[in-house]
Design a protein around this ligand. Structure first.
Ligand code: SF4
Ligand code: SF4
Length: 328
């Protein structure tokens, strides 16, 4: 009946991982969840977490599920490493390091990015379950253990019904379901539904240092999500080609000009538009044009409702959890 959505402004995300820890400490700090990050922030361009998830398949081809593969524990997530904590208490203080060589992990490519100096570039991409309108995970589950709530569109896994077959993990093109080997069940972001039911935004959004996350129902015409997604059309789903119809949206990142061999600015953005199109689809060009146009207006001292919305002068205005369906 209703769909709660989130918009993350990539121009404001500073990669601090406060959202990651807000989620981790609240929901996944117990056994079998060491490698689980229901919310994490990866550096782009890069392979992300789990490693190279964009090539792991899943999602829809029309009305048919596309095959996907399961991420591997060591190679793609990185086995949770043991560290030499004891050495820290010895005289001389050995540096903290893992006891075994690791192959991958969350944040493995932090701040690495792409390009050569002086045209090197990167940006941060926070990721969580998109609480999709057409969830591939739900369709793939032979136990009907995954369901989408009518009141807010949050996608949940019934832990009583789940048998840990992991079809959902393979089917999710975002690889945002994790298998808990201790519980023998699959687990995922619950969009902080106990908080939502009490009129509070998700912990990742509420704690966001960069004030990058807006939360509201899609049909709330006065809410930031509807205005950014449907009116201004500057907030876009990640990899829309997978057909799951995500309800987490991103304001794409702008970037400064590249320099030519003589050190002169070329006017071309450092983050190539083609790369952003790979992530957010062809609509990204119009979104970037709108953002630039409104920034220019603000720069000239003219009013811009879009910039005011994105700046978010008042923290409370970023979240509308108990709104009317339609503004009168
Ligand atoms: S992002 Fe993946 S896990 Fe979340 S609802 Fe969509 S298909 Fe399911
Ligand atoms: S807390 Fe906000 S600014 Fe920090 S990494 Fe998360 S989304 Fe980005």
């Amino acid at each position: 009946m209703r769909q709660l959505g989130m918009v993350i402004d990539l121009n404001k995300c500073i990669g601090c991982q406060t959202c990651t820890l807000a989620c981790k400490t609240q929901w996944t700090d117990r056994g079998g969840r060491e490698f689980m990050y229901w919310n994490h922030v990866e550096t782009r361009p890069g392979l992300g977490y789990p490693r190279d998830w964009e090539k792991a398949g899943g999602g829809w081809e029309g009305d048919r599920l596309k095959p996907g593969r399961l991420p591997r524990l060591a190679e793609d997530y990185g086995v949770p490493a043991e560290f030499n904590h004891g050495a820290l208490f010895e005289p001389g203080g050995a540096p903290l390091r893992p006891l075994e060589a690791m192959q991958w992990g969350p944040n493995w490519q932090e701040d690495q990015g792409a390009g050569e100096f002086p045209n090197s570039h990167f940006f941060y991409l926070p990721r969580l379950c998109n609480h999709c309108t057409k969830p591939a995970c739900l369709a793939a589950c032979p136990r009907q253990a995954i369901y989408k709530r009518e009141q807010d569109g949050i996608v949940l896994i019934d832990q009583e019904r789940c048998r840990g077959y992991r079809y959902c993990v393979a089917a999710c093109p975002y690889k945002k379901i994790y298998f808990n080997p201790l519980a023998g069940r699959s687990e995922k972001c619950i969009f902080c539904y106990p908080r939502v039911e009490n009129g509070l935004p998700q912990a990742c959004a509420y704690q966001c240092v960069g004030r990058a996350r807006h939360v509201a129902y899609l049909d709330d015409t006065g809410g930031a999500v509807h205005r950014l997604v449907n009116e201004w059309k500057v907030a876009l789903p990640l990899h829309p080609e997978h057909g799951t119809q995500p309800n987490v949206y991103y304001v794409p990142p702008l970037s400064p000009s590249t320099f030519d061999a003589a050190g002169k600015p070329t006017g071309q953005p450092r983050i190539p538009d083609e790369y952003l199109e790979e992530l957010f689809g062809p609509a990204v060009h119009a979104a970037l044009a709108t953002l630039k146009q409104e920034i220019a207006r603000k720069g000239k001292g003219e009013p811009s409702a879009l910039m005011d919305l994105l700046i978010a002068f008042r923290h409370g205005d970023m979240f509308r959890l108990n709104p009317p369906r339609e503004e009168s």
